[in-house]
Write a protein of this length. Structure first.
Ligand code: IPM
Ligand code: MG
Length: 374
């Protein structure tokens, strides 16, 4: 029997290709694992009305970790016309499977390291000293999924009676506005902030920066910031500062060296993780882990890129670095280090590059070059 069971969820578009690439590297490193395929993605929405079928949920309950490629999101206003006839008009609402997966398995940490590798021509202004780590809260906030469009009568009545700013909307018909609830719990905030501080302590990082908009979004972001100040008391050796989401997008670009570990509520973490990824080469370098107590799911942050699907041209490095994160999470840090070193060497040598890095190699050629260094 293998030491590990890994769910293998390629999903859609280039997800399939980059996962294939990461497998070349995992095979070379000889991870003692059984890889079990799981159905997920747009295809299953069209065929079954569920992009994240029950059988895949069951699979995830029985594995140590998962590798996930990407999923094509349903366009915001599209009708259910892609569904098979018997599933049409059943009022099925498409929800992003990855968001559902994060919530269902309480994968409350979204960990996104953004490190510049030497020799990467895409490093922001040629800097190879950027080394940021984003901790994004992964289950709550703007992604809570509590949304209304149209707004139910009872809710509108409640808001009229209980909130002053709402008076401005009081004469707007119920079907002429929509409500998305940003829900943050103290426990959820504490868990992600603590995870960021623990990481900082373990890896000798100096500072945790709390990202928020507490000057405007007082209830939820206020709670997040207040919780951070409490958690900080348990980590006297780690500095903490905080910044508004708008300001930090400027400051990060201006002075990336002023930052180290960043922790943010869900949507702000989503935003800054793309920004930080861009500083170290773009989404081809954006690796990530969705981490809970029992399960962790590793994925590149770039999405399914339908226009490139089938061409084997996208950069596999984000996925290979995500596989490295999985090795670390499994406790196979020696293997993880080897994969990172091999990746860094291939980047530095510059002989094998996908189109985004100015080269003409395929996804699999870059993966093989990395595997050859192991
Ligand atoms: C990410 C992505 C997802 C998100 C999408 C695909 C639902 O942007 O992982 O950052 O918004 O979380
Ligand atoms: Mg995103």
């Amino acid at each position: 029997m293998s030491k590990y069971k890994i769910a293998w969820l390629p999903g859609d578009g280039v997800g399939v290709e980059v996962l294939e690439a990461s497998k070349i590297v995992l095979d070379k490193i000889n991870l003692d694992a059984e890889y079990i395929h799981g159905d997920i993605g747009w295809e299953f929405w069209c065929k079954e009305g569920d992009a994240f079928p029950e059988r895949t949920i069951d699979l995830l309950k029985n594995v140590n970790a998962a590798m996930f490629g990407a999923i094509t999101s349903k366009p915001v206003k599209a009708a259910n016309t892609e569904l098979v006839p018997e599933l049409q008009n059943k009022g099925l609402i498409y929800r992003s499977p990855i968001v559902r997966m994060r919530q269902l398995f309480n994968l409350y940490i979204c960990l996104r390291p953004c490190k510049a590798y030497e020799g990467n021509p895409l490093n922001y202004y040629g800097r190879n000293d950027i080394d940021l780590v984003v901790f994004r809260e992964n289950t709550e906030g703007m992604y809570s999924g509590v949304e209304f469009n149209p707004v139910p009568e009872g809710l509108a009545e409640f808001l009229k009676a209980n909130s002053k700013p709402f008076a401005a909307f009081k004469d707007v018909p119920l079907d002429q506005y929509a409500i998305s609830c940003k829900i943050n719990t103290r426990k959820g905030s504490e868990k992600i902030i603590r995870a960021a501080f623990e990481f900082a302590q373990k890896f000798n990082r100096k500072k945790v920066t709390v990202v928020h908009k507490a000057n405007v979004v007082r209830a939820t972001d206020g709670l997040f910031l207040e919780t951070a100040k409490e958690v900080k008391k348990d980590f006297p050796d780690i500095q903490m500062d905080d910044a508004n989401i708008d300001a930090i997008t400027m400051w990060l670009l201006k002075n990336p060296k002023n930052y180290d570990v960043l922790v943010a509520p869900n949507l702000f973490g989503d935003i800054i993780s793309d920004l930080c990824a861009q500083m170290v080469g773009g989404l081809g370098f954006g690796c990530s882990g969705n981490i809970g107590e029992k399960l962790a799911v590793f994925e590149p942050t770039h999405g399914s890129a339908p226009k490139y699907a089938g061409q084997y041209k996208v950069n596999p490095i984000a996925t290979i670095l995500s596989a490295k994160m999985m090795l670390d999470w499994l406790g196979e840090t020696e293997m993880g280090n080897k994969v990172e070193k091999a990746t860094a060497d291939v980047i530095k040598e510059g002989k094998f590059r996908t189109y985004d890095m100015g080269g003409s190699n395929t996804t699999l050629e870059v993966a093989k070059a990395i595997a050859d260094k192991i």
